[in-house]
Every structure is written in C-alpha cells, then in structure tokens.
Design a protein around this ligand. Structure first.
Ligand SMILES: Nc1ncnc2c1ncn2[C@@H]1O[C@H](COP(=O)(O)OP(=O)(O)OP(=O)(O)O)[C@@H](O)[C@H]1O
Ligand SMILES: [Mg+2]
Length: 246
C-alpha cells in the first residue's frame, strides 16, 4: 500500500498530562515524544502507572493533553472541535480498552457493528466474516455480553475495534483476559492487520511474548519514553526489562 511508506500515523510532541490539581496533581505524561509509524505494529511496555493508558487515551483523542501536542497523521488534535474530534475518531481510530465497554442489551453482532451503525455506514460483510472468524466468534454472535466468557467479551471488543477497518487501532492490554490460544489468534490477527491491510497497530502489554509480535517496542517510565527496541524478541525484551530493573 502506498500510504504505508514510512509515514507517521500518530505522535506526541512534548506531551504532558496532569491529573488533578495542587498537591494532589499527578503528572502522568511528562513531555513525552513518541511516534507510531504507518502500517507498523508498535508495542508499549512499562511499569504500572508509567502512563501507558494515558498516552493511548490522549493520542486517540479520548482525552486532552494538558500541554504539548498529539497528532493523528498531520492533524493536531488540539485544533479540532469536539464534533470534529468525534468524527475523526469514528473514521480513523479503533480502540480496544482494558475493560471491554460492551453494551449489555446488545448481542455480540450488534456490539461489533455498533460503531458503523452509529456512523451510518454499511458493514463490509466479507471483512466482518473475516474478523469474526479470526476471533472465533462465529457461534456466539447472537449472545449478549453476560452470556459470554471474559475472553469472548474481549474478542468481541477487539472485533468491534477492527470491523470499520480503522487506519489506527489502539489496544490497551487486549490479551489480558484471554487464554494462550485466543491470545495467539488475536495477536496474529493484529499482525496481519498491519502486514496485509496496512493498519497501524499500537498495543499496550505487560507480556514480552505479546510484545514480540510487534515491529517495535517503546518502553515508558514515569511518563516519558525511555527506550525503544526494533524487531523485538521475547528474550531480548526480558533481558531489557531486567536491565531496567537494576
Ligand atoms: N483519572 C485519573 N485521575 C487521577 N490520576 C490518574 C487518572 N488516570 C490515571 N491516573 C494516574 O496517572 C498515572 C498513569 O496512569 P496510567 O493509567 O496511564 O498508567 P498505566 O501505565 O496504564 O498503568 P497500568 O499498567 O497499571 O494500566 C498513575 O499514577 C495513575 O494513578
Ligand atoms: Mg493502563
């Protein structure tokens, strides 16, 4: 794909996020500079509280930075009205949250197509079937979330993020509740989404095996990017985490 060639799909420039005020203020992002290449799969790792989820939320336009800038492509999110931001998110961004955020009264199928239904767009049936089959949800489409296991709910949430073929998919520990086989399927699918469909994947994970599916790992600590690793293997990531711990 032409648009894959070495572009930057999303980035922050000196991104700052402060939660709260005064002596309760928490500086979750501390002038962070990070960029995600178009059509690549990037993993984000770092200790609990290092700002991984905050980074994803701010770069996906779900929350505002306190300082600095976040961009999707060439678009500076701070320049957009709330309405423009909503449209941009709908058109370009998919998000798999740490919690699933499924609508309890809707079936799995309805949850998956919800973003398209809201946007008034048609469902690409072939792509829907590909996503659903890859996620192993074919026989669960008419169940409501309460009738699904945690892992199945997580796969519905992943399918929902992918079904509109967003340019960028942000995933916050998407394999957290999956068994090893389902994890492998999900990660392989994200890998294919980048390789075959040119989608940009940005995934937070604590798991070196999961991160090894990515083209690059970005390491966060205390709200900044402290290191990057290209073409990671799980062994190299483990070694690196040990060296950071020293
Ligand atoms: N809504 C909020 N209000 C106040 N502080 C917050 C809020 N959200 C996050 N924080 C704080 O900001 C810091 C970064 O949080 P964040 O959720 O981004 O970390 P994380 O790297 O995703 O951690 P984890 O691996 O546990 O999910 C933490 O100190 C956290 O307590
Ligand atoms: Mg988090």
């Amino acid at each position: 794909m032409d648009n894959v060639a070495n572009g930057v799909a999303a980035r922050t420039v000196e991104g700052v996020k402060v939660y709260g005020e005064g002596h309760l203020a928490v500086r979750a992002l501390d002038r962070i500079n990070v960029s995600f290449d178009t059509g690549r799969f990037t993993a984000i790792m770092g200790p609990s509280g290092s700002g991984k989820s905050t980074l994803l939320h701010c770069i996906a336009g779900l929350d505002d930075l306190t300082g600095g800038d976040a961009y999707i492509g060439d678009i500076r999110l701070g320049d957009l009205t709330e309405k423009e931001l909503t449209l941009l998110r709908r058109k370009k961004v998919g998000f798999v949250f740490q919690s699933f955020n499924l609508i309890p009264t809707l079936s799995a199928r309805e949850n998956i197509t919800l973003p398209l239904d809201i946007a008034g767009e048609d469902v690409d049936v072939e792509w829907f079937d590909t996503v659903v089959e890859t996620m192993g949800l074919g026989d669960r489409l008419h169940h409501r979330p309460v009738e699904l296991s945690g892992g199945q709910q997580q796969r519905v949430a992943a399918a929902r993020a992918l079904v509109s073929r967003p340019e960028i998919v942000f995933a916050d520990e998407p394999s957290g509740n999956l068994d090893s086989r389902a994890t492998d399927e999900l990660l392989s699918f994200l890998r294919r989404a980048a390789d075959e469909f040119g989608q940009t994947i940005v995934m937070v994970t604590h798991d070196p095996m999961a991160a090894a599916f990515a083209d690059k790992v970005v390491f966060l600590a205390d709200g900044i990017c402290i290191d990057e690793m290209a073409r990671p293997t799980s062994d190299a990531i483990l070694d690196h985490m040990k060296s950071l711990g020293d």
